[in-house]
Write a protein that binds this ligand. Structure first.
Ligand code: HEM
Ligand SMILES: *[C@@H]1O[C@H](CO)[C@@H](O)[C@H](O)[C@H]1NC(C)=O
Ligand SMILES: *[C@@H]1O[C@H](CO)[C@@H](O)[C@H](O)[C@H]1NC(C)=O
Ligand SMILES: *[C@@H]1O[C@H](CO)[C@@H](O)[C@H](O)[C@H]1NC(C)=O
Length: 330
């Protein structure tokens, strides 16, 4: 080989490498779509059936599973830590304020995990099962399908304190919520897109009640809340007590994954302060308006942001473990 051609080979190799990276749909992380095709061929059927059966029993569980994946990923990455019960060595995220008496679906994931273990023991992590279940929950609710990159391993610890610090609160400002997302590698747009998950499911009165009677010390309800919705919410959540009563996050269609969440915001009918706040910033409001107009744009962006969220802080290689049960480390 003469000098000229060897140097062109040397230049070509890194070029091909970058070309490969840019064509790799999973991106920079080590997850892949097809890793279980041989090792656990029934995986997708088992998860899909488990989610379907749970939704047959109770429609709301689709929303609960979607939220559980979010609460897993935002705290120490998507490592199944949200599923762990407390031990002598660590506290549980289940017990953190945003999750206690609120996060649901643990039994559904544990049941699916048992079925997956029966078919292919110690192959598929709880973190992966939760990521697939969240996708299937969206599909069952009428939302978009996406391929879920797989190969996450399960973490061996959990932290109530970290969950308290890192999960967003509905009483926080948009800036503060956005900071929590961006510190993980998500962007402002992802905040708007992923908040669209509130097109399904329910919230307890205490998460929005301060808007109903004496907002921010004004002696009056929140002016940015539609008056008909306000009346309904005041009757669902009366002044004295009933703080765990439920109201739909999307009052137009609580069990249908559609773009109704965004149409609501445009009509001052967002339930949480943090939902309605997306209309107060010109950048986020213009994204909301585009999803009100173009539901399929929302579906496409939601699928993309879910993949992005699902890749946060994943454990691969020889990190972590494949738990036998989701509620405890091996
Ligand atoms: C942007 C910041 C967010 C805040 C402040 C927030 C806050 C909340 C609150 C307060 C509830 C009601 C919990 C209860 O009353 O027990 C809720 C429910 C829910 N959240 Fe969020 N959330 C946010 C983002 C997300 C994201 C990114 C997702 C998923 C991708 C999500 C999915 C859900 C779902 C599906 C429910 C209904 C759960 C059910 O009915 O069991 N949320 N959220
Ligand atoms: C069915 O849903 C109810 C709540 O509506 C729940 O308490 C129960 O555990 C669920 N059963 C199964 C088998 O998932
Ligand atoms: C935003 O975060 C700062 C710093 O943590 C905190 O002091 C402030 O109270 C938060 N504001 C809101 C509205 O959540
Ligand atoms: C609440 O009231 C304070 C003081 O009047 C004001 O600075 C703040 O912007 C208000 N917050 C909201 C969400 O209206």
């Amino acid at each position: 080989m003469n000098h000229k051609s060897s140097s062109s080979v040397l230049l070509t190799i890194p070029f091909l490498f970058f070309l490969f990276l840019s064509l790799n749909p999973v991106g920079h992380c080590e997850l892949d779509y097809y890793i279980y095709n041989n090792k656990c061929p029934d995986l997708f059927r088992i998860v899909k059936y488990g989610v379907w059966a749970a939704v047959q029993n109770e429609t709301r569980i689709a929303a609960s599973l979607l939220r559980l994946h979010f609460h897993d990923c935002l705290v120490n990455g998507c490592d199944g830590s949200v599923l762990l019960d407390a031990t002598a060595k660590f506290t549980s995220e289940k017990n953190a304020l945003p999750n206690r008496n609120s996060a649901r679906g643990f039994e559904v994931i544990e049941k699916i995990k048992a079925d997956v273990e029966a078919a292919c023991p110690s192959i598929v992590s709880c973190a992966d099962i939760l990521a697939i279940a969240a996708r299937d929950a969206v599909v069952v609710a009428g939302g978009p399908f996406w391929l879920v990159p797989l190969g996450r391993r399960d973490g061996t610890t959990a932290s109530e304190e970290t969950a308290n610090q890192q999960l967003p609160s509905p009483f926080e400002s948009l800036n503060n919520i956005t900071a929590k997302f961006t510190s993980k590698g998500l962007e402002l747009k992802d905040v708007v897109v992923l908040s669209g998950a509130h097109t399904i499911g329910y919230a307890q009165c205490f998460t929005f009640k301060r808007r109903l009677f004496d907002f921010n010390g004004s002696g009056k309800p929140d002016k940015s809340l539609d008056s008909t919705l306000l009346q309904n919410l005041q009757s669902t959540c009366p002044k004295g007590g009933s703080d765990s009563n439920l109201a739909p996050l999307d009052s137009a269609s609580a069990s249908k994954f559609d773009n109704g969440y965004y149409s609501n915001l445009a009509k001052s009918s967002g339930l949480l302060e943090s939902d309605q706040a997306l209309m107060n910033d010109p950048t986020t409001a213009s994204i909301v308006n585009s999803y009100t107009q173009y539901p399929y744009l929302f579906y496409k962006d939601f699928a993309e942001s879910m993949v992005k969220m699902g890749n946060l802080g994943v454990l691969t290689g020889n990190k972590g473990q494949i738990r036998k049960k989701c509620g405890s480390v091996n």
